[in-house]
Design a protein. Structure first.
Length: 415
């Protein structure tokens, strides 16, 4: 019996061709492995399809729940948006897929794992780094990268080898899971070209969204969403519900220029209705319950966290350490946020929490204020001191002696 390789199998052209190619080139028996991370695709029959092409066995793993709780939820706590825009939908799923591949490879006593990533993208890095960290003895085979294949060559190879080629559903190249859908290639490679409505499947065009505003009430506990509109569904169902609601209101599209890890700039289009909504709601709640100092520092941590995940370093100990900090802050991130969805827009319109640091008596401009306005005078004196000293120097008023005055007049609080 030949040695085995476990191939991450999507059922698409790249990985179907890979089954044959690996057998031919490496003489290995191919075991296919398909992981369900909520890609909304019909995965039935996928194992059979692989076996018809020559796979010796198939594993189908439902990892939706694990993806939601162990990958998506930490990213919500980190308000994770790469380069301020991309909620990392594809990036988060890769280390999970890599982990499953390694586990199946160990079970099957395989000598290698394989994936269909190209040599130009981020995904190859995410797969390879995680695989090597988990099991350095496994060889990694990446046919598309090694073979430098393009679609036309693949179709020719498929036809020659009797591999059924499904007609391509769209001119775009897509990748999707519970947390979002990425749409690339074709006319979108011109960064000035507006993505047509047909590129999107989750978000209706804003003009076709209902004429009446829709609301969502999202409840968070320790930084993760636990209930929506008064119901406590599973994590997966909660995300799917928000995807649907926001998408039906035309909200969730991202169109930006992204810096890939390998140094290439690319135009990326996504639809991530739930991700954008839940992150916005979470971030808003944090503003109510965390101190200014916590928020400022956390935003730096968030940027670093997002970068690590984007760049394939899910397994980097720095990320674990940042998680520890983030989790500590999330203890108080409990409460409800109300968001309004209307014709392609989403806005937080209300928030409340038992852990709120908002004190009406301090912030009100009305009579009930307990804030002594006189206390501001001394504060301003010191707050602006460094800038005053510097300005005096800049404007040549060197001889003037600066003073720091105490505010000594006590007034009634309401004045
Ligand atoms: N640019 C995104 C990322 O690197 C999306 C990549 C989509 N991947 C794909 N195989 N189509 O995370």
């Amino acid at each position: 019996m030949a040695d085995k390789v476990v191939l991450a199998y999507s059922g698409g052209l790249d990985t179907s061709v890979a089954i044959k190619w690996i057998k031919e080139k490496y003489g290995l028996d191919v075991v296919t492995c398909t992981v369900d991370v909520g890609q909304h695709e019909d995965l039935t029959g996928i194992g059979e399809r692989g076996k018809k092409i020559g796979a010796v066995a198939h594993y189908q793993i439902d990892a939706k729940n694990e993806f939601a709780t162990d990958f998506v939820f930490p990213s919500i706590k980190a308000n994770s948006l790469y380069e301020g825009s991309y909620p990392l939908s594809t990036a988060l799923a890769r280390p999970l897929l890599a982990e499953k591949l390694v586990l199946v490879a160990e079970k099957e006593e395989a000598v290698a794992v394989a994936h269909g990533c190209t040599g130009k993208g981020n995904d190859q890095v995410r797969f390879d780094v995680t695989i090597k960290a988990m099991n350095p003895n496994l060889k990694i085979i990446a046919p598309v990268r090694e073979w430098n294949l393009n679609r036309e060559d693949e179709i020719k190879y498929a036809q020659k080898n009797g591999i059924p080629v499904k007609p391509k559903k769209s001119i775009f190249s897509t990748d999707q899971n519970l947390w979002g859908r990425s749409i690339e290639a074709g006319p979108l490679e011109d960064p000035y070209f507006e993505p047509p409505d047909e590129a999107f499947e989750w978000c209706v065009p804003a003009k076709d969204a209902p004429d009446k505003a829709d609301y969502l009430e999202i409840e968070f506990e320790k930084g993760v969403p636990v209930a929506v509109d008064g119901k406590r569904p599973s994590s997966v169902d909660l995300i799917q519900y928000v995807n649907q609601k926001a998408g039906l209101n035309g909200f969730g599209i991202i169109d930006h220029i992204e810096d890939r890890l390998v140094g290439i700039k690319s135009r990326e289009t996504y639809e991530c209705p739930a991700a954008l909504t839940l992150i916005a709601a979470h971030k808003d709640l944090e503003k109510l319950v965390l101190t200014r100092h916590e928020l400022t520092f956390k935003s730096r941590v968030e940027e670093e966290w997002s970068w690590l995940v984007y760049s394939g370093l899910w397994v980097e100990p720095l990320r674990y350490a940042l998680n520890a900090f983030i989790d500590k802050t999330q203890q108080r991130v409990n409460g409800k946020v109300r968001v309004k969805l209307y014709k392609g827009a989403m806005r937080v319109v209300g928030r409340k929490s038992e852990d709120s640091l908002y004190q009406h008596a301090l912030s009100t401009f009305g009579r009930a204020s307990t804030f002594d306005q006189n206390s501001a005078v001394g504060f301003i004196e010191l707050w602006g001191l460094p800038s005053r000293v510097a300005n005096d120097k800049l404007h040549g008023k060197k001889k003037k002696v600066l003073t720091v005055a105490a505010s000594n007049q006590k007034k009634k609080p309401s004045e």
